[in-house]
Design a binder for this molecule. Structure first.
Ligand SMILES: [Fe+2]
Length: 322
């Protein structure tokens, strides 16, 4: 847990409000272009609270920001009907992301927005995407199918009346036999695009196998999404190692119940995240998160061979050239 004191929270909120007033919309390209300059003007106190993840847990919760529940309006029933609801929080999340790296967006997801809205949606209750509710959202690396996936995932809580937990498990907290690690370093099966990417799922190129674990000077990193991995195609020894990894991740998993204004920052190379099942209310008071993703260039957390992957025809966009 990291706390933003009242003054630091007020500073971050007022910088975001100014940017929004200057540019009119959180999706404005000019606003996105202004983010690095605005970040550079933030005080030392705010910068210190927004430093990257620096523990083996691979995550932290930034607490101290306070949304006005009435101002937010009702929780939308689908990401596509959010419009500019909670736009101030989009900008706050973009400032936090820009302090730690470069925000990214995907043309094939949520209209190419840099900040996504995670709300339960009728008809998607049992999907393996953020729109689901009644099923466990299986622990996964965000956008695991893609070599341009985020290094950091940020979830900002707008509303969570039922204290629905986000789950997180760090590979650095697991205990695995050397033989299992050896197996999981091998590229054996691919990770396919998830259901949030219809276009990528129609990609005609051949899926390439990818390693699950990778060794770095700081410890293991992981690329993991069992719901979208054709495990049946793997040999028995590898499958057994994968199953033990799943068990270890379940053992070390922590449940984080986010409160309004909390920003959960997850190291997407070290931690897999998920969500417990819940009953959606569909009455405008449902759990509502905003999600941003950021890349941190030059991070030595991934195998160099990833550069040659096709990414199923999807490209990550950045608001400025990096
Ligand atoms: Fe996710």
């Amino acid at each position: 847990m990291r706390s933003l004191d009242t003054a630091a929270a007020a500073e971050l909120t007022s910088v975001a409000a100014e940017l929004l007033a200057d540019h009119g919309a959180a999706t404005s390209p000019e606003l996105l272009a202004d983010l690095p300059g605005a970040c550079a003007r933030l005080s030392e106190e705010v910068h210190d609270a927004l430093r990257p993840v620096d523990t083996a847990d691979g995550l932290f919760v930034l607490r101290g920001l306070r949304p006005d529940d009435a101002e937010l309006g009702p929780t939308p029933g689908h990401w596509s009907t959010v419009g500019d609801a909670g736009a101030l929080w989009d900008v706050i999340l973009l400032l936090v992301s820009t302090s730690m790296g470069t925000p990214i967006a995907w043309e094939g997801q949520q209209d190419g927005r840099f900040v996504h809205n995670i709300v339960p949606s009728p008809g998607h209750e049992s999907a393996q995407t953020g729109a689901s509710s009644s099923v466990l959202l299986t622990p996964h690396t965000e956008d695991a199918f893609h070599p341009g996936r985020a290094h950091l995932l940020l979830l900002c809580c707008m509303r969570n009346h039922d204290h629905i937990a986000t789950t997180a498990a760090s590979i650095r907290r697991t205990t695995l036999a050397d033989g299992d690690i050896e197996q999981l370093r091998r590229p054996v099966v691919p990770i396919l695009p998830d259901d949030a990417y219809e276009q990528a799922q129609r990609f005609s190129g051949r899926p390439a196998p990818v390693p699950t674990l990778f060794d770095t000077p700081d410890g293991l990193t992981m690329r993991f999404d069992p719901a979208y991995t054709p495990l049946d195609e793997a040999d028995g020894t590898w499958r057994a190692a994968y199953r033990r990894l799943e068990e270890e991740l379940a053992r070390v998993s922590v449940a984080v119940s986010l409160e309004p204004g909390d920003v959960l920052v997850v190291d997407n190379d070290v931690v897999v995240h998920g969500r417990v099942p819940f009953d959606a209310r569909y009455d405008g008071t449902d759990r509502w998160l905003k999600r941003a993703s950021a890349r941190v260039e030059g991070r030595p957390t991934r195998p160099p061979a990833e550069h040659d992957e096709h990414g199923y025809g999807q490209a990550a966009r950045t608001p400025w050239a990096v």
